[in-house]
Every structure is written in structure tokens, then in C-alpha cells.
Design a protein. Structure first.
Length: 297
């Protein structure tokens, strides 16, 4: 199923956001309850009807933004989506700050009928690093409090902590993971996903601040390997297998549709081709394929 762009307002200004500034200037009226319901009903009557006919049920729905939790009809929309897609896995992509409010978190826990997951990005191991990426002072404290509340007050909701790597935070990856171990030692309670940033929207506009090669991301991951091994469910997104140490390759996942992945001539004859995420197409356009190498069986 497609992502549902829930709301275009956001209380962060992340330097690597995949939305561009024009997104936040769109008419908020189209994001009200009526507009969101109409979008869903159109999808269910069109492409969604064929999808449901062929698969028997919709298997996934991603609720995105902006910041979805700022939507004035947030809980009404959660109820609507669950009613229309009772068995779908739903994932809320959020900066986590609203969950610093315990009452909001309790209300969310009651409304988020499973299967439901929440994905929250953490931009660094301390306030200075995180807030420099989010663009908002105090966002680190609110995000960490939100994570703590989700773990304590929403036990039925699966939690994913996303670490998006770019030039501003990649070197801090071992310290960010060590912070998670100290702050949230119950590591089976959540999943960690490490993502190489996407060249789109604000991340493209802020290239001078965030641009990072995959091989440099791989160096940060290799340095973090002893800490990574302490997380039972840590996954890697957007990393071609050949740029990583062999010990990290089983943690890679293919998450992008085929049209957003490139397998240049350097991938021909590679033993890992069928299970490899390849290069992001925008990354390939910007940097080419010089970092890739063929893996042997």
C-alpha cells in the first residue's frame, strides 16, 4: 500500500528531511479528516480494490507527514484507518515529541489497535548533536521522553528507533548506540534501524552539510560493530552489501521499490545480486558506482 501523507506541518526542521519546503506551504485543508478519508476511499475504489482482490487483505499502511501527531483529528483518523483496514500492519512515522505527554501516549495506546508500530528517529547521543540535526532546541529531551513513554505506556505497540546517517552524525553512531543501551537496556522491546540518508527534499538542499558517501557510512558501521552485536534486532537500510563488512551484511534489508534501486554494470556477476538493496537511484546519479565491487560466492 502507498504511504498516506497525514499532515504537512512539523515541529522539527530536520536538515535531512526528504520533504522540501514547498510541502509545508500546501493548503492544510486537504489534510483534514474529510480529505484524508476521501484519499483512502479513492485508493480502495481504484488501485486498492485490485490489491485487496489479489492479496485478500492490505498488508501495510504507512502514516507519514510532516508530523502526523500534530493533526487535529489524529485519533479520529487512526480509528478510521483501522476500521477500513482491520488486519493491515500500520506504521506511524513520527519525531516522537508528542509522546513526551503521558496522557497523549495513553490515549494513543488505546487507539492504536494492532498490528501497529511507531518509528522514531534519534539524531545523536546527546542534545547538542540531536538538536543540531532537528533544528529545534529541546527536541532531544522531548524525543527521548517520548520513547520512554511509548515503551512504558504502549506495550502493545511495536517500537522502531531509526538512526539516519549523514555527515553531521555518522561518526557518532557508536556513541548513539551506546546511549540507547544505557537509556533503554531492554533491547528486545524495540528494533533499531540504521539508514543511509536519502538525497531528496531538504537533504538535497542541504548537501553541503549532510552529504555522505556510503563507504564513509560503512566506516561508521564497522566502528560500531561491537555495540551493534548487542542489539538482537538491528537492521540496515539502503546499504549495498559490498560496501559493508561481511559480519553486517545479514542485517541488510531491501525496503525500496525496484524503480528506486539501481544495479549498475558493476553489479553484473555479483554473487549477492539477488539479495542486495543496490544503490538508491538518486545516490547513483550523484556519486556513480565507483564504490561497488563484485562479491564472490
Amino acid at each position: 500500500m502507498p504511504d498516506i501523507p497525514f499532515w504537512n506541518k512539523c515541529d522539527n526542521r530536520c536538515v535531512m528531511c526528504t520533504n522540501d519546503p514547498s510541502f509545508a506551504r500546501q493548503d492544510q485543508a486537504e489534510y483534514r479528516l474529510k480529505g484524508q478519508v476521501e484519499k483512502m476511499e479513492r485508493w480502495l475504489a481504484g488501485r486498492g480494490r485490485g490489491y485487496l482482490k489479489n492479496s485478500g487483505s492490505a498488508d501495510f499502511l504507512s502514516l507519514t507527514g510532516g508530523e502526523p501527531t500534530l493533526h487535529p483529528e489524529f485519533f479520529m483518523l487512526l480509528s478510521y484507518f483501522r476500521k477500513r483496514l482491520p488486519r493491515a500492519q500500520m506504521t506511524l512515522l513520527t519525531n516522537g515529541r508528542r509522546f513526551a505527554d503521558e496522557d497523549f501516549t495513553r490515549r494513543f495506546a488505546a487507539a492504536a489497535r494492532g498490528p501497529f508500530s511507531v518509528a522514531v528517529p534519534l539524531h545523536g547521543p546527546a542534545a547538542r548533536a540531536h538538536d543540531a540535526v532537528s533544528g529545534v532546541r529541546g527536541s532531544f529531551a522531548a524525543t527521548v521522553k517520548g520513547l520512554a513513554n511509548l515503551m512504558a505506556l504502549a506495550p502493545g505497540v511495536a517500537l522502531e528507533i531509526r538512526l539516519v546517517l549523514h555527515r553531521m552524525n555518522a561518526a557518532a553512531l557508536p556513541r548513539t548506540l551506546a546511549f540507547l543501551l544505557r537509556k533503554f537496556p531492554d533491547v528486545p522491546r524495540y528494533r533499531v534501524v540504521v539508514i543511509h540518508y536519502e538525497i531528496e527534499g531538504m537533504s538535497a538542499a542541504n548537501a553541503a552539510r549532510v552529504e555522505l558517501r556510503l563507504t564513509d557510512s560503512a566506516v561508521a558501521l564497522a566502528a560500531a560493530l561491537p555495540v551493534i552485536e548487542r542489539f538482537p534486532d538491528l537492521r540496515l537500510y539502503h546499504f549495498p552489501l559490498c560496501v559493508l563488512p561481511a559480519a553486517l551484511r545479514p542485517r541488510c534489508r531491501i525496503t525500496q521499490p525496484r524503480e528506486d534501486r539501481a544495479y549498475p554494470p558493476a553489479c553484473r556477476g555479483c554473487a549477492a545480486r539477488r539479495r542486495c538493496p543496490g544503490l538508491m537511484t538518486e545516490y547513483f546519479r550523484r556519486f556513480g558506482a565507483g564504490e561497488l565491487r563484485r562479491l564472490r560466492a
